[in-house]
Ligand binder design. Structure first.
Ligand code: NAD
Length: 505
């Protein structure tokens, strides 16, 4: 992997281009400024330097984008599935050919370490490949014969859909949502997060270059309160796929109520990793550290609560503390960096506020607990110990490199603490007792559970949460279920009896 200096050198021409051209919307295959002419400034979290201006889309832009998506829909829906497949594979090819540029821009725009972003760019390509191949079977249905009818089902794409993405790993998440929507035959209006617009615009360029018909995929940049609201309220947008905070999910549900919007929500988490004393503790330690401190802790599936059995807590936490203090924080373009700056000053201040909450709640700050320097939005990797499950630091999503460690005596207590939060996205269990792993995974309130493993994404499996962590699932055919409508057709097999009305005098 390139060193820091080389990465800065490679990134420079892309930054020069972004600064010169800015980021616009893309509607009906045409780059466009916002209809109001307004822009907002995008800064790097690394040093708060200006990157570029970005079109500030509003309801008029959303309206135009939706109109384009509506007009393009019948053509894209009815095109041969093989053509859809080929275009999506072409998008994947182009992502791979520009993977370095995407990864560097993503790092600079979000503060995420390049060691993770280079993989995220490739994962984006995999998402397109996977759903490209699935496109051929998207319409497949069932045959459900009855004595009198041959009943068959098929699926049809729901129509133009709105996709709203957050600032954490924005490239990967955008591909994850957009690829299945396109594979089914839906058309898309994408509104990326205002804090991280760079790679969504690269992705749009790639889609154009891949030969996607005009209007099939439209991009409107802007803020949640105007472009986001307009998209969720638009009559012609049939569904909203949203990734972001739980409270934004609630707002979108309200905004979409009048138009009976179908929604798919991937929301917040406060995920437990439960370490029992019979586990492989070295592997558990690696996974605990990776799942909260990678991606700056700005990760919905992060294991932000460590539940550790009292019998091993002292030694486990001591080793954990040493490792956390050793994590390398630095420029995200440096391949040695493990944690980069947080996305934005506002978010950094939110994370820092929890250091005060921890002090007020009387827990021990075993590592970190402060901002680093005055330039860029860096915070120390932080570990709270001696916490209890009901504290704010154990209940609320901090969304930074901050781990809260809580001790438990036995299985029953571990399950009770694990389930005591409003969220239910993931759970991680470390034990070598097979029966216990089954009991605990059965009892945990979460959409996804890994036993003796960190989060390893396998695209055919369902991804999503329960409770306040979400509605619906991504992955495999579950994504298609969201973007498609079931249709049933019954063919009469003969002259079955039809009730006769109005014939008696
Ligand atoms: P956010 O909810 O603030 O913003 C997400 C997107 O929604 C942005 O594009 C924003 O502009 C838009 N938005 C904001 N208000 C809106 C409104 N009223 N109507 C329509 N759109 C609106 O979230 P964020 O801070 O960007 O992202 C972090 C959050 O995302 C965390 O809570 C994290 O757990 C969650 N997340 C969840 C998953 C998952 O799979 N469960 C994955 C990644 C991130």
């Amino acid at each position: 992997m390139n060193n820091l200096e080389t990465n800065i050198k490679i990134l420079q021409p892309f930054l020069t281009r972004f600064k010169k051209e800015g980021i616009g919307n893309n509607i009906n295959g045409q780059p466009a400024p916002s209809s109001s002419g307004e822009t907002f400034a995008n800064y790097s979290p690394v040093d708060n330097s200006f990157i570029c201006s970005v079109a500030k889309g509003n309801s008029e832009d959303v309206n135009q984008a939706t109109l384009a998506a509506k007009e393009a829909f019948p053509g894209w829906r009815d095109i041969d599935a093989k053509t859809r497949k080929n275009i999506l594979h072409k998008i994947a090819d182009l992502i791979i050919s520009r993977a370095e540029e995407i990864a560097l821009c993503e790092s600079w725009d979000t503060g995420q370490a390049i060691r993770f972003m280079s993989k995220a760019a490739l994962r984006g390509a995999e998402n397109f490949r996977y759903y490209a191949d699935m496109a051929l079977q998207a319409r497949d249905g069932k045959s459900l014969p009855s004595p009198t009818l041959l009943n068959v089902t098929t699926r049809v794409p729901i129509g133009p859909v709105g996709i709203i993405t957050p600032w954490n790993t924005p490239f990967m998440l955008s591909t994850w949502k957009i690829a299945p929507a396109l594979a089914t035959g839906c058309t898309v209006v994408h509104k990326p997060a205002e804090f991280s617009p760079m790679t969504a615009s690269l992705l749009m360029e790639i889609a154009d270059e891949a030969g996607l018909p005009k209007g099939v995929w439209n991009l409107v940049n802007g803020f949640g309160e105007d472009a986001g609201v307009a998209l969720t309220e638009h009559q012609d947008i049939k569904a909203i796929a949203f990734v972001g905070e739980s409270k934004t999910g609630s707002a979108i549900m309200r905004q979409g109520a009048d138009t009976l919007k179908r929604v798919h929500f991937e929301l917040g988490g406060k995920n437990p990793v439960i370490v029992f004393d019979d586990a492989d503790l070295d592997r558990a330690l690696d996974a605990v550290i990776f799942m909260i401190y990678s991606l700056n802790g700005e990760r919905c599936t992060s294991s932000s609560r460590l539940l550790v059995q009292s019998s091993i807590a002292e030694e486990f936490i001591s080793k954990l503390t040493t490792r956390v203090k050793n994590i390398k924080v630095g420029n995200p373009l440096d391949p040695r960096t493990e944690i980069g700056p947080l996305i934005h000053k506002v978010h950094m201040e939110k994370v820092l506020s929890y250091f005060q909450v921890a002090k007020d709640e009387g827990v021990k700050i075993a590592a970190g607990g402060a901002r680093i320097g005055n330039e860029g939005w860096y915070v120390e990797p932080t570990l709270f110990t001696e916490a209890s499950g009901d504290m704010r630091i154990s209940q609320e999503e901090i969304f930074g490199p901050v781990l809260t460690a809580i001790q438990f005596q036995d299985e029953e207590e571990a399950i009770r603490i694990a389930n005591s939060v409003r969220y239910g996205l993931t759970g991680y269990i470390w034990t070598n007792n097979l029966a216990r792993s089954m009991r605990v995974s059965n009892a945990l309130e979460a959409g996804m559970i890994w036993v003796n493993s960190e989060n390893v994404r396998h695209l055919p499996t369902p991804f999503g949460g329960i409770k306040d962590s979400g509605i619906g699932r991504d992955g495999g055919d579950w994504s298609f279920e969201f973007y498609m409508e079931q249709k049933h057709v019954g063919f009469a097999l003969g002259n079955h009896r039809i009730p006769k009305l109005g014939i008696e005098s």
